[in-house]
Design a protein around this ligand. Structure first.
Ligand SMILES: Cc1ncc(COP(=O)(O)O)c(C=O)c1O
Length: 399
C-alpha cells in the first residue's frame, strides 16, 4: 500500500474547480482594503478579519518599513534563545497594559498562541472543558496536551454557549481535580458572544480556571474595544486571555496574558513558542502602531460597531436567518452545503467575496455564508452588499 494512495483518491477539490464552484485559495491580486481584486475583477471584501481596517493605515505600514530598515526582516530564531528582541518585550509590556494583566507573551501566530498556552498549562489527569464551537486552534492545543501527557488529559466538550451544560459537566467531576474552562469570547463562525458572566460564576463555583480567546473580540466589542469583559462591564474575569494580531491588529502573531508567574511558566513550557522562530520585527512594530491607534482613536471600533448593528438589522429585515449575530461577523445561515456554495458563487459573480463555511467548521446541516465587516467599508459598499445578497437570496429561495 502506497501512503500517497489517499492523495490520488482525493478528487473532490478538482471536481469543484472544474465546475467553477471552488471557493478556496482564490488569490488576491490587489488589496485596497474594503475592496480587492480577484480573478481580474474588483470585489467588495466581506470575508476579512481586518476589522478596523488598520492593515491599510499608512502609520502602521510606515512602522513596519522602519522596523525592517532598523532590524531586518526576521529574528531568525526562537524566543528562548536567539529570537527575542527588545521590541518583543516592549510590545508585551504594552499589550499587558491594554488588557489590564500583569504580563503578556507573544507567539508567532494566534494559532500558536493557543497551541502553546493550552498545551503548556494542561498537565496529566487534568480536566479541560471546551465549548463545542471553539476555534480549531483551541482543540489542537488540547490535542497537543493530550499527546504530551500520554493521553491522560480529560477533555470534555459542552454544548455551545450553554452555561447550564457547562455546570452539568463540572458538577460531575471530582472537586479536588484541576480544571480549566476554555472558550472563544466572540465565536469565530457565527459571531455570537460568550455568556461570560454566567460562565465565570460557574467556573469559580467549581474552582476551575477560565481561558478566554479574544481573537474576534479585541478592537471589536466593548466601549473601547477591550473585548468581552468590557462588553459586559466586568473586571478581569479570565485567568488567561488570548488574542491574535491577524484581525483587528492588522498583522500576524498572537499573545496570551495573565498573572506573571503563569505567563513565565508558559514561556518555559510552550513548545510552539520554543521550537519556532519568533514574530518578525516589521510585524511587532506594526502591531505596536496599531495598538497605539486602538488606544487613542476609538472611532474605528465605534464605526465597526455601528456597521455591525446596521447590517444585522438589514439582513434580518430582508428575511435572512443570521442566528444570534451581534458583532461584525454575520452568518447567513443556509443549512445545505450545495446551496451554500451556489450562494457563494452568485455573490462572487456579482462582486462580493464572503466565506462559505461548511462542516466540520460548523455542525453538519448548518452551513453558512460567513460575512464580516470592516470599519473602512463605506455606506455605499454596504448597500451594494445588501442588494447583491438580496438578489442571491431570492434567486435561491433562501429569503
Ligand atoms: C477564535 C480564534 N482563535 C485563534 C485563531 C488563530 O489565529 P491566527 O489566524 O491569527 O493564527 C483564530 C483564527 O482564525 C480564531 O478565529
Amino acid at each position: 500500500m502506497d501512503i500517497f494512495e489517499k492523495c490520488y483518491g482525493f478528487k473532490e477539490a478538482q471536481a469543484a474547480r472544474e465546475s467553477g464552484y471552488y471557493p478556496y485559495f482564490i488569490p488576491i491580486e490587489e488589496n485596497w482594503g474594503s475592496k480587492v481584486q480577484m480573478k481580474g475583477r474588483e470585489v467588495i471584501m466581506c470575508g476579512s478579519n481586518n476589522y478596523l481596517g488598520l492593515a491599510q493605515d499608512p502609520r502602521v505600514q510606515e512602522a513596519a518599513k522602519r522596523a525592517i530598515d532598523k532590524y531586518g526582516t526576521t529574528c531568525s530564531g526562537s524566543r528562548l534563545i536567539n529570537g527575542t528582541f527588545a521590541l518583543h518585550e516592549e510590545l508585551e509590556h504594552r499589550l499587558a497594559g491594554f488588557v489590564g494583566r500583569e504580563s503578556a507573551l507573544c507567539f508567532t501566530t494566534g494559532y500558536l498562541a493557543n497551541l502553546g498556552s493550552i498545551s503548556a498549562i494542561l498537565g496529566r489527569k487534568e480536566h479541560v472543558l471546551s465549548d463545542r464551537y471553539n476555534h480549531a486552534s483551541i482543540v489542537d492545543g488540547i490535542m497537543l496536551s493530550t499527546g504530551l501527557s500520554g493521553g491522560s488529559i480529560k477533555f470534555h466538550r459542552y454544548q455551545h454557549n450553554n452555561p447550564a451544560a457547562l455546570e452539568k459537566v463540572l458538577s460531575s467531576l471530582p472537586p479536588d481535580e484541576a480544571k480549566m474552562v476554555v472558550t472563544d469570547g466572540v465565536f469565530s463562525m457565527e459571531g455570537d458572544i460568550v455568556k461570560l458572566p454566567e460562565l465565570k460564576q460557574i467556573a469559580e463555583k467549581h474552582n476551575a480556571r477560565v481561558y478566554l480567546d479574544e481573537a474576534h473580540a479585541l478592537g471589536v466589542i466593548g466601549k473601547t474595544g477591550r473585548g468581552t469583559e468590557e462588553h459586559y462591564g466586568l473586571g478581569n474575569s479570565a485567568d488567561l486571555l488570548m488574542g491574535t494580531f491577524s484581525k483587528s491588529f492588522g498583522g500576524i502573531g498572537g499573545f496570551v496574558a495573565g498573572d506573571e508567574v503563569v505567563i513565565d511558566y508558559i514561556k518555559h513550557f510552550a513548545r510552539p513558542l520554543i521550537f519556532t522562530a519568533s514574530m518578525p520585527p516589521p510585524m511587532i512594530a506594526s502591531v505596536m502602531a496599531t495598538l497605539e491607534i486602538m488606544e487613542t482613536e476609538p472611532k474605528h471600533t465605534l464605526r465597526l460597531q455601528s456597521i455591525a448593528k446596521t447590517m444585522v438589522r438589514e439582513f434580518k429585515a430582508l428575511g435572512f436567518d443570521v442566528g444570534v449575530a451581534e458583532t461584525p461577523i454575520i452568518p447567513l445561515i443556509i443549512g445545505d452545503n450545495e446551496k451554500t456554495f451556489t450562494f457563494w458563487k452568485v455573490l462572487f459573480d456579482n462582486g462580493v467575496y464572503a466565506n462559505p463555511v461548511v462542516s466540520p467548521a460548523v455542525p453538519p446541516d448548518r452551513s453558512i455564508i460567513r460575512t464580516s465587516y470592516m470599519a473602512i467599508h463605506t455606506d455605499e459598499e454596504l448597500d451594494q452588499v445588501l442588494e447583491i445578497c438580496k438578489k442571491a437570496g431570492k434567486q435561491l429561495g433562501i429569503i
